[in-house]
Write a new protein. Sequence first.
Length: 392
Amino acid sequence: MTAFLARLLGRLPIGYLQLMHHPGRLLAALAGVAFANVLVFVQLGLAGSMAESVAIPYRLFQPDLLIISPAESESLSDASTLPRQRMFQALVHPDVTGGTPIYMGRSTWISGNDASSSIQFFGLEPDAGPFVHEALATPLISLSLSDTALVDTLTRFVDMRGFAAAHPEAPVPFEMQGRQLGAIGTVSIGGGFGGDGVFLVSDQTFFQLFPQRSSATPSHILLALDPGADPGRVATELAQLYPPDAVRIRTVTQAMEQEVRYQMTERPTGLIFAFGVVIGVIVGIVIAYQVLSADVADHIREYATFKAMGFRQGFFVGIILEEAIILAAIGFWPGLALSELFYRSLAYLTNIPIFMTPDRAVAVFIGTIIACAMSGVLAMRKLAAAEPADLF
């Protein structure tokens, strides 16, 4: 390693040799850097999980435009209802080829072992296949049977193995809202921070489960456009058909991105995750600073000798940055491994969509190098301000 670094740096790797001279301090420093990385990875993973949880329901649908109520909430699951007549008003536009309503409600499912799960219900017309993900189009037709549902195999806190063989000809019975339902198929959607699972039912079954809801007041409206139509232009023209602030019209992608941004920047959970990332970065900087500062203090006389010999400040900065980059480059990997283990464990125990991404790993690696480099620069302040005679 010494020979390799010597060729790479074009000089003796003084920083590497100083780190290796104190193995105990080096291990402590690497453990500190790894710990800081784990803190950052955990917070970023949870934040990414929340963003992924927000995006999952949107990915069930593939309309060209989404009409939602402008009132109260940015969340797909919490938004207020709107009149169904808004759909019929949109159908008069020449570029709108079809529309379908979505009905959403939430209920608690208590299974046979007294475990409870919060279930998000989506009520859809059985012929709404063109508006949903292609994998759901065929199973959706089967929901025309009364009191049937597509159940989420990734529902938390409930043993879903008994539903694996669910089929329209052999429905698996279960009870929700005091009503007997039959699972005729399964989906793999998963829960998030706002619920434990997603069940799909027909609009008529939805009204039986939620008798207080009416077909006249859907939660959202999906619109299909001519293949060559510009969704942005059509959305602007449709908005002119309605009273001011009556609806919001966006593409599904726009609505998803806006809700993710809202959850991450305005809701307490997103801000807590961001604060946790900042804390992790600060911990890493402090740990690296303590190690590098102690190293500077231990070798202050050697640095004084070099300074008296005419070596400029850049030489010393290079040594400390060399140490900082080595700490970051080595300490990152155990932190990454521990974080991956944490992700897998949490995903297994909770079914939340938390996983490592290449972009996140690269970003944290670069951030680790920058944080350690900042610590090294801070550790050099005493040497930069001192005269050689004062250092002996």
